[in-house]
Design a protein around this ligand. Structure first.
Ligand SMILES: O=C(O)c1cc(=O)[nH]c(=O)n1[C@@H]1O[C@H](COP(=O)(O)O)[C@@H](O)[C@H]1O
Length: 231
């Protein structure tokens, strides 16, 4: 089965509601992302339920801790059978190396992806945290150290995708949240693009939550987005 292009972010506080959507979906249509909210509420069992339904599952817990702790957390994620897991690139090279090493030896090891700068950050929020490079350069810097540490790709905004593909090659995966179909609510995101623009820019996987999950007809919203990115 080829990789899905769209990863639906299941950010629900209600498991039944999430499963109601999931049961209308097919693994060849999209992957599923479980983040901090659903994992904290429903734990590994919920993740296993999705894996057992045949979906590629992105466990988005954005590990950011000392190398040993992150390595063990990544191993625990691999044991759940997830397809993708992420860490924060700002945890540093040593941490990322340890995470990558911990996944060695798994037959179907999860893709290991590093978060660069959150897509909710705009220039103002970014300048507040005190990094010296400008924002796109900082994303490029973090992506570079992630690649050197052996990671499979990064989470970034689609705005950074073109440059990252040029610099790091087509094989290095770009996972882009902050996707907003024309006319949809921006919410707390900042560095946004439409699904179509993001694919043209070089995004490998589009992470999309509320434009699908909060739509009056989520399935229709997902199909419309899928159609908009078919070239
Ligand atoms: O790692 C992520 O998935 C992530 C990184 C990032 O920089 N920005 C970002 O929005 N996300 C996640 O992507 C999803 C985006 O959801 P929507 O804004 O509802 O489409 C959320 O579940 C976020 O936790």
């Amino acid at each position: 089965m080829s990789d899905p292009k769209i990863l639906v972010a299941l950010d629900y506080d209600n498991q039944q509601q999430a499963l109601q959507l999931v049961d209308q979906l097919k693994p060849n249509l999209c992957g599923l992302k479980v983040g901090k909210e659903m994992f904290t509420l429903f734990g590994p069992e919920f993740v296993k339920t999705l894996v057992n339904k045949g979906f590629k599952v992105f466990l988005d817990l954005k590990f950011h801790d000392i190398p040993n702790t992150v390595a063990k957390a990544c191993k625990a994620a691999a044991e759940l059978g997830v397809w993708m897991v992420n860490v924060h690139a700002s945890g540093g090279s040593k941490m990322m190396h340890a995470a990558r090493e911990a996944l060695e030896g798994y037959e179907n090891r999860p893709l290991l992806i590093a978060v660069t700068l959150l897509t909710s950050m705009d220039e103002v929020a970014y300048s507040e945290i005190g990094f010296k490079r400008d924002l796109p350069e900082q994303v490029e810097h973090l992506a570079g150290i992630a690649k050197s540490a052996g990671l499979d790709g990064v989470v970034c905004s689609a705005w950074e995708a073109r440059r990252l593909k040029e610099q790091l090659g087509t094989e290095f995966k770009l996972v882009t949240p902050g996707i907003r179909p024309p006319g949809s609510e921006i919410g707390d995101q900042s560095r946004i693009m439409t699904p179509e623009q993001a694919v043209v820019a070089g995004s490998d996987y589009l992470v999309i939550g509320r434009p699908i999950t909060k739509a009056s007809d989520p399935l229709k919203a997902l199909y419309e987005i899928s159609e908009s990115i078919v070239s």
